[in-house]
Design a protein around this ligand. Sequence first.
Ligand SMILES: N[C@H](CCC[C@H](N)C(=O)O)C(=O)O
Length: 284
Amino acid sequence: MTPTMIRFTKMHGAGNDYIYVNTLLYNIPSPVEAAIKWSSRHKGIGSDGLVLIGRPVSADADFSMRIFNADGSEAMMCGNASRCIGKYLYEKGMTSSRTIRLETLSGIKTLNLHVCGQKVDSVTVDMLEPRFDVAGQFVPRTDAEAGGMLEAGGKLFKGTFVSMGNPHFVIFTDAEGLADVETYGRLLEHHEAFPARCNIEFAHLVEKDTLRTRVWERGSGITMACGTGACATAVAAAKLGVAGCSSKVVMDGGTLEIEWRETDNHVYLTGGAEFVFDGEIPLP
Ligand SMILES: N[C@H](CCC[C@H](N)C(=O)O)C(=O)O
């Protein structure tokens, strides 16, 4: 039997690269299996995961997004992919609106496209409110852990838990300490205080309102950038007085701009999005 061929688009936001499939045209019966197989950088397309663009359930949304990490686990939200979806929908003619309401597992996020000519130059995503206590995401077992002190690999880490729909643990360190992401990221991802695992950021203040962050993503490992991770870093920095409510977050693959707006308590993420290539691949 001839395998069903799926047309996909490879895109990245600050180097956080995903495979995008328009499920208005293609049905993916097992997105978990597809994410694992297609994300492989040696036996597949190669990516940080799989993003499905679809029709929303809610009448208050225009499109929907589902995101699967490279290990097949599904995440509640993806900031970099949200911007890429905005560019995808506008430049592929699926919408002519510069404001898109995107349904996600963590609510409807509004995208504002910054268009130059016929191209989307950058996108601002209303990431909604940060949360510091989400049931099932951070469950400290001791007072120390409740205070953000977690032990991993024989080392103690002081961090701040921030949920942007998906869970993040932000550890402020110095420039040398960023490398701890390679040694301790996986251990902290699987720490018992995170029943649903966690995305881990190691960050430090470079200059006023400029933060350098490296991220270990739940289900994908070290990525070049993480949009929700950049938001979590900026919110934690503002909460701790390390930075103000608007900051730049410099990640391995690029810089994202974050504003934690006092008027509505929403976090706004601004950054670019790039096409890499279109292709087709058989369903697994
Ligand atoms: N890279 C994404 C986050 C993916 C989060 C995923 N790793 C998880 O929460 O399981 C971003 O740009 O926000």
